[in-house]
Design a protein around this ligand. Structure first.
Ligand SMILES: [Zn+2]
Length: 436
């Protein structure tokens, strides 16, 4: 490749994080430059600085001027179900009904590889249109649903994690695997896909109620054999679910402790929801590692409850907390909708949510949950150039509001409350602009 042509400068406003907003004053965690630039070479970020500095440093580079567009890291969505694109916005009275009336009939159709492939393509294009450049994705029980997904992700050169859903009980027979087949199929998929290109594997027991103790044990053993893959599951979403889980696993002290006892906790574990954890569970998770995917639009839609960010952080300060859509119970691909709902969930508990906290959880937090925070999630030299450019005046209403804004925090807050897909002007994957 001609070195000269592989260097690109993106010019515009730039936004990055110098540290987590939860460690000290939130506003001070943001680095914002009004006339900034990013130098990219061979898909990596080489330098970030003022436009004057970067133009000097990259004299031979081609320059793309995004004007007053805001260049930042692509969003990371660490809990999302790609097969559920067609059931988003389907009404159900609660979680169990959602699974039985919508999720399972939908996922049964993924027996057909063509349906998997088409859904994976559609799903990834939706992610990119919304500025989501990485995600940790639930496929279906069918191994080919993972293959179709990774093939589509590889074609787009995306950094994605995904896994075959494992469940051997409390689901229709055609969606049940077994302890042995879940182990064998997941292992074969790890060997085929994990670390191939930008793909990462996630061992995926759907949740404790849909996996027998034997299956959880087999998957715990598999994770021990492949400790560098991720493990994703659901935890403590609704009160009914918790009661049913504890009844199905007699002798266990708590829902979290069930996963822990089967070796399904620790660094690289991503637990979706975690709304009703006790302080004891929050502390145990914080001590052992693992991350929380906070899915506020899904929680509001299912009526599961409101995640208490402040209380979770108090009892478990070391646990990374990321924002996730949980499509299809979640109601939008847009991280703006997720940030807005996270603000509303915090409000429910009498708290606020600083835009630095929301944007951090939607980027760096997700990358941390996926153990990829040295590669993606921030605008930092050395990281992969998965970037987005936001139009901070994407609607007349937002433009009018932003004209009155006092500072960048005020501008970002307006985006998280009113923004949507229209704010995403451009998405770059490993330095290349996606056609959208
Ligand atoms: Zn989910």
């Amino acid at each position: 490749m001609n070195k000269k042509n592989s260097r690109t400068i993106l010019r515009g406003q730039t936004l990055s994080f110098s540290r987590s907003p939860f460690e000290g004053d939130a506003a001070g965690s943001i680095d914002h430059c009004e006339d900034g630039a990013v130098l990219i070479e061979d898909g990596r970020i080489i330098a970030v600085g003022t436009a004057a500095e970067i133009l000097k440093q990259g004299k031979d580079a081609s320059v793309v001027n995004h004007g007053d567009g805001l260049i930042m890291a692509g969003f990371v969505d660490p809990h999302i179900h790609y097969p559920q694109v067609e059931i988003i916005g389907s009404h159900s009275p609660g979680l169990v009904e959602w699974l039985n009336q919508h999720t399972f009939p939908c996922e049964t159709k993924y027996d057909d590889a063509d349906i998997s492939r088409q859904a994976a393509e559609f799903f990834l294009d939706q992610c990119l249109a919304n500025g989501v450049t990485s995600a940790s994705v639930y496929c279906t029980v069918h191994p080919h649903s993972v293959t179709q997904f990774f093939e589509a992700a590889s074609q787009r050169n995306l950094c994605m994690a995904a896994g075959k859903v494992c469940m051997d009980r409390n689901a229709p027979t055609e969606l049940n695997d077994s302890a042995q087949s879940a182990y064998d199929d997941s292992k074969a998929l790890i060997e085929r896909w994990h670390g191939k290109g930008r793909n990462r594997y996630a061992i995926t027991p759907r949740f404790a109620l849909s996996s027998s103790p034997e299956q959880l044990e087999a998957l715990g053993a598999l994770w021990k054999e492949h400790p560098d893959v991720l493990m994703q599951t659901h935890l403590s979403e609704t009160q009914d679910e918790i009661a049913q889980v504890l009844a199905a696993f007699p002798g266990h002290k708590s829902y979290y402790e069930i996963y822990e006892s089967f070796g399904l906790s620790g660094p690289g574990a991503i637990f979706g929801h975690c709304i009703h954890l006790s302080d004891h569970e929050r502390k145990a998770m914080s001590d052992s590692g693992g991350a929380i995917a906070h899915c506020p639009t899904s929680n509001a839609f299912i009526g599961s409850g409101h995640f208490d960010l402040a209380a979770t952080r108090r009892a478990g300060p070391k646990t990374p907390i990321a924002l996730a859509s949980d499509i299809g119970a979640g109601t939008s691909f847009s991280p703006f909708a997720t940030m807005r709902a996270a603000f509303e969930a915090a409000r429910h508990h009498g708290n606020g949510l600083h835009p630095a906290e929301a944007f951090w959880m939607a980027t760096c937090g997700g990358a941390k949950a996926m153990r990829l925070d040295d590669r993606i999630g921030n605008l930092t030299p050395g990281m992969d150039a998965d970037l987005i450019v936001l139009d901070l005046k994407s609607t007349l209403l937002i433009a009018r509001r932003v004209e009155q804004a006092n500072d960048i925090h005020d501008v970002l807050f307006a985006q998280m409350i009113m923004g949507d897909e229209r704010a995403v002007k451009a998405t770059y994957v490993a330095g290349s602009r996606c056609r959208m």
